[in-house]
Design a protein around this ligand. Structure first.
Ligand code: NAD
Ligand code: DAU
Length: 380
């Protein structure tokens, strides 16, 4: 049995990855390390931990040297999959230092932990000799490439040009991973993915925030003129790509992950409005969860207000990247990965998941979320 140390496994993509591996890769045992920041929720993976001897949870910080060393001593870790990060661009504009701390120094601390436990000796040329079949996998982002105009795609050869404190910290993490590969010949890989969507996405990010606001009868904040483009990928497709790269990808390589699904933010918001409206038109029981309850003459709950009139254009994000678009040719040609879930299907699945899992939304937003929302959107 192989053993993966999955950091950030209580967050959006990490939790989906934990579920993906438990379902599709019976040969792998998981140690999940997560600090449970505002973005991490143990409830998301509670059943995966309690029902499964293949999955152990450890609460802790990736920057904690002692803890990381202890984990390597305690468990036969063959692979580190590093999801743990501060992940929200808007928060990085407010508090850059935390992003540098977690995303750069945390990654470096994990690299060192792995290096100390995976090096078995020294070759004649002075380079370390590595335990066989080990891998440090860094989960990175397309944001390291900066921003595109109307044409072109990010390939693995696109120069790094991060523009926000978040993307600068992720780029720095990629470079320190590369430095360990070049300097110590550490077996590493990196995936750079476009925007994910799907279950367990924290409602500070565009898609779950818009769903939540509609259900609460609130305005839908669109930054700037809504023309910014993101390239959306269903989260399970990302999980499959990461697993494929770890198991089959070449050491030392970067693989871009994306599904050729570019949409403007305005299109995304309109699609969500129409999807919710259609589901609630047909399945009336969902209307009971709306905060705005106007009863019509026929006794049904009014949903006519769920329309594009909810859209509010608000002050733009500072340094807002205009367009991201991934060219996934390398991972498709080399490893046979292609996305399975098309956007039209994925967005319906996602909206339904949120309608059916309001308790999860309430749980994860019960802490500082209201304060955050007021601070971020109050003066926009
Ligand atoms: P998330 O914010 O939902 O989850 C991050 C997780 O990391 C949380 O569970 C949090 O508690 C944990 N964490 C934060 N700081 C930690 C620390 N110091 N020690 C241990 N755990 C810590 O993020 P996400 O959207 O799931 O993103 C996961 C990774 O994927 C990130 O590295 C992100 O940069 C990358 N990524 C995200 C997307 C996307 O669209 N969400 C796309 C490409 C790449
Ligand atoms: O591209 C990959 C990246 O995608 C990941 O590396 C990040 O971790 C992840 O958070 C995501 O970053 P974005 O900034 O693209 O995602 P976000 O959901 O915050 O915003 C998507 C777009 O929607 C962006 O252009 C800003 C806009 N937006 C966002 C929010 C929260 C709005 O118009 N209104 C909003 O309220």
């Amino acid at each position: 049995m192989k053993c993966y140390l999955v950091t950030g496994g209580a967050g959006f993509i990490g939790a989906n990855f934990v579920k993906y591996i438990l379902k599709y890769a019976p040969e792998i045992q998981l140690i999940v390390l997560d600090a449970l920041t505002y973005a991490g929720n143990l409830g998301t993976i509670a059943s995966d931990i309690s029902d499964n001897s293949r999955c152990v949870f450890v609460k802790g910080d990736i920057c904690d040297k002692e803890l990381v060393n202890k984990l390597f001593e305690e468990y036969p870790i063959d692979c580190v999959v590093n999801f743990a990060a501060e992940s929200h661009v808007d928060r990085s504009i407010e508090n850059p230092q935390l992003f540098l701390q977690t995303n750069i120094l945390g990654t470096q601390n994990l690299l060192d932990g792995a290096r100390h436990h995976w090096v078995t000796g020294k070759a004649e040329n002075g380079y370390p000799l590595w335990k066989s079949n080990v891998r440090f996998h860094q989960v990175s982002t397309d944001e390291v490439y900066g921003s595109l105009g109307t044409g072109g795609y990010f390939t693995e050869l696109t120069p790094l040009d991060p523009r926000s404190p978040y993307s600068a910290s992720k780029t720095s993490a990629d470079l320190i991973v590369k430095a360990y590969a070049d300097t110590y010949k550490m077996p590493v890989s990196i995936t750079r993915c476009s925007n994910n969507y799907g279950p367990y996405h924290f409602p500070e990010k565009l898609i779950p925030l818009i769903i939540k606001n509609i259900l609460e009868g609130k305005q839908l904040p669109v930054y700037g003129d809504g023309s910014n483009v993101r390239d959306w990928l269903y989260v399970d497709d990302h999980c499959k790509a990461i697993y494929t790269v770890i198991e089959k990808g070449r050491e030392g390589e970067v693989y871009n992950v994306g599904g050729h699904n570019e949409r403007t933010n305005l299109e995304i918001v309109k699609t969500i409005i129409h999807t919710i409206y259609q589901i609630l038109s047909r399945e009336q029981h969902y209307r009971a969860m709306l905060k705005k309850q106007t009863i019509l003459a026929d006794g049904s709950i009014d949903i006519s207000w769920i329309n594009e009139g909810l859209i509010t254009f608000v002050k733009d994000r500072l340094g807002h990247d205009q367009r991201y678009a991934i060219d996934p040719t390398k991972i498709t040609n080399e490893l046979g990965w292609t996305p399975q879930t098309m956007f039209d299907e994925g967005i319906i699945k996602t909206v339904r998941w949120y309608l059916d899992n309001q308790a999860w939304v309430e749980e994860v937003t019960s802490g500082d979320y209201q304060k955050y929302y007021e601070k971020m959107y109050g003066d926009r």
